[in-house]
Design a protein around this ligand. Structure first.
Ligand SMILES: [Zn+2]
Length: 420
């Protein structure tokens, strides 16, 4: 294993096809990115374990405040769309604590980032004072200096000058980075990003009308301190809840055994059945029934679960999935990649199709025509009088995704009898 910071809470290396084994420069720079999604450290790392991802980062910092080592420091991660930057830089993917908007990042994640940046400098003291001047010549750089991207998002971008100051001050004073924090308690002390199991849900933070939730687990995406129902789950897709409706898994199993690969899994703090199901690509209800767990589906840290092995997910067609992506069902950015990958799809393949407009609503005519060649279209024009003439024809043909001059060339050849 290569070099990783001692501040890491875990190491989950990227697939080797997603980075360059040896960097060609010393480490002079640091480049913080955002994940464009509310992700834990482990979720960030799993994205880059997909061999078709063609991207990576040296470190991930989750919304759970954890640091994960992903690409060793002697290797060049593929993060910033700039080989020359990334050969000189340690790169970070920092999770958001809010989807969309200004792509907010929690203070907790930013503080871990600063700790890690100081530690990287301490072990690679090639730069003694970082410069963030808003250009790629600086030693603190941004992804959007090299590519047409919104990364690192408005919020993290607005904090970079301050982060640079903090890092420089810590280097100058020789302050040791703070060690990794103790795991947060399971009961109470909830954070944005925590996955919780619930028995009740409310339509607002102030409602007293407790409803049966449509799903029994969700992620806290917002907290209003002191509210009657302080926790917003899944950005409102699930609703609001409170401590009384959250099932805490605080009772340890009497005899925890380590998990083995494939067939069993040891429950960790904050786990719930649906998350474990996602991990294994298994319906969580199948795990529940195999382990005789009944509503409200309480599981305990340290509990060893049998995982059904014969389950094979039924995958939808590329077109169906693309349509769902356009409909917003699969989120955006790293979140989308993670969800697609977890569901068993090739995320970069789907993204390519989406970029080509596959599945976009209102483009059904495009899709039904996509199997036709330019010659087919020319024949429809010549023999059937379709698509009008002149500019109107040009517009229609181009809106269907064809090269107008190629089509028109065929029409001319049909007209002259050169082809039939
Ligand atoms: Zn980026």
């Amino acid at each position: 294993m290569g070099t990783f910071s001692p501040l890491c809470d875990m190491i989950m290396e990227a697939d080797k096809s997603n980075y360059t084994a040896k960097r060609t420069n010393k480490i002079y720079k640091q480049t913080p990115h955002h994940t464009a999604g509310v992700l834990t450290a482990a979720q960030i790392a799993r994205i880059f374990q997909n061999p078709s991802r063609n991207a990576s980062c040296n470190y991930g910092i989750g919304n759970d405040g954890k640091i994960v080592g992903i690409v060793p420091e002697e290797s060049r991660a593929w993060t910033s769309s700039s080989p020359s930057n990334d050969h000189q830089a340690i790169t970070y993917e920092v999770a958001n604590d809010q989807n969309g908007g200004e792509w907010h990042v929690s203070d907790r994640a930013i503080n871990r980032l600063i700790d890690l940046m100081v530690d990287v400098q301490k072990r690679n003291p090639n730069t003694t004072h970082y410069v963030y001047d808003g250009t790629s010549k600086g030693t603190i750089t941004r992804h959007d200096m090299f590519a047409n991207t919104t990364c690192p998002g408005p919020y993290l971008a607005s904090k970079l000058a301050w982060i640079t100051e903090q890092v420089n001050a810590r280097i100058a004073s020789g302050t040791e980075p703070t060690p990794a924090p103790a795991p947060s308690p399971i009961a109470g002390g909830r954070h944005v990003g925590d996955v919780v199991t619930i028995t009740g849900i409310f339509v607002s933070s102030t409602s007293t009308n407790r409803l049966t939730p449509s799903r029994t687990s969700g992620t806290i995406t917002r907290i209003i301190e002191g509210a009657k129902n302080p926790y917003l789950l899944d950005n409102g897709n699930l609703g609001w809840t409170n401590d009384g409706c959250i099932v805490d898994s605080s009772q340890p199993a009497p005899n925890p055994t380590p998990s083995t690969t494939g067939t069993t899994y040891t429950v960790k703090a904050g786990d719930c059945l649906s998350v474990i199901g996602e991990k294994f690509g298994v319906n969580w209800k199948d795990i529940a029934s195999l382990n005789e767990i009944h509503s409200p589906y309480t599981i305990f840290k340290g509990q060893v679960l049998q995982i059904p092995s014969q389950y094979k997910p039924t995958l939808k067609s590329d077109e169906e999935i693309c349509a769902e992506v356009w409909a917003g069902k699969w989120g955006t950015g790293a979140d989308r990649i993670y969800k697609l990958t977890q569901a068993g799809y090739n995320a970069s393949h789907i993204q390519n199709l989406v970029n080509q407009g596959v599945g976009k609503s209102g483009s059904s005519s495009t899709n039904s025509n996509s199997s036709k060649s330019a010659l087919d279209i020319a024949k429809e024009i010549w023999y059937n009088g379709k698509y009008g003439t002149g500019n109107e024809r040009k517009k229609k043909v181009e809106s269907m995704g064809y090269n107008y001059s190629e089509v028109q060339n065929y029409v001319n050849q049909l007209a002259s009898g050169k082809i039939k």
